[in-house]
Design a protein around this ligand. Structure first.
Ligand SMILES: Cc1cc2nc3c(=O)[nH]c(=O)nc-3n(C[C@H](O)[C@H](O)[C@H](O)COP(=O)(O)O)c2cc1C
Length: 186
């Protein structure tokens, strides 16, 4: 018999990455906000990023208008930006109390955070609305990664030091191997 207990449906537990989503508004003002409802799917020949946002946050309004965004992977040294950008909305004023450097994308007109070690430049291909939330299916138009990280043999997440989120912030532990390593060990 399992040792679990039923908790109702008001909790969500999903081990999530943290991205800071970068957008420009219609006047060219830059904005960043943390979004953790981020996943990937596959089109016929390329990966797509799937990003979900609720309410009427400025980031969501910007994405609906411009159809473009950057998704900047958050490493542990970027948590001060997550807390700041996540507890202030651009709808209530410019977020300029923390300093940070950003550059325009290499391929799209999107703001990208210089601190991030993995950046997607994305264009929205399809939007699905469910109640108060919009989920954006985005074509990935470019990926930028840290100059000093080599991914030719696959992605070792420890090198990116990502923040893992499920209501609280965590860092990741050990690199445990690749697909197939555990079959060989049998
Ligand atoms: C750790 C963290 C994760 C968040 N994840 C999401 C998310 O996945 N989707 C969402 O709609 N809002 C999310 N938020 C809330 C927005 O980041 C927050 O509302 C932000 O202030 C919006 O800023 P903006 O109005 O300038 O876009 C998250 C906030 C934090 C701190």
């Amino acid at each position: 018999m399992s040792k679990r207990k039923s908790m109702g449906i008001q909790h969500s537990m999903c081990v999530q990455p943290v991205f800071l989503i970068g957008t420009y508004d219609e006047d060219g003002n830059v904005n960043f906000a943390p979004i953790t409802w981020v996943s990937v799917t596959w089109d016929t020949d390329h990966f797509m990023l799937v990003i979900s946002m609720f309410g009427s946050k400025k980031t969501k309004l910007n994405v609906i208008k411009t159809k473009q965004l950057s998704a900047n992977l958050v490493s542990t040294n970027m948590l001060y930006l997550v807390d700041y950008f996540g507890s202030n909305s651009r709808n209530k004023g410019i977020k300029d109390k923390k300093s940070y450097d950003y550059s325009n994308g290499e391929v799209l007109h999107v703001p990208t955070l210089d601190l991030s070690k993995w950046v997607y430049e994305c264009e929205v291909k399809k939007t699905v609305q469910t109640g108060d939330s919009h989920t954006f299916f985005c074509d990935i138009k470019n990926v930028q990664i840290d100059n000093y990280i080599d991914i030719s043999d696959g992605i070792d997440l420890t090198l990116f030091d990502p923040v893992v989120y499920s209501g609280h912030y965590h860092s990741i532990g050990k690199h445990l191997g690749k697909i197939g390593d555990y079959i060989k060990a049998d």
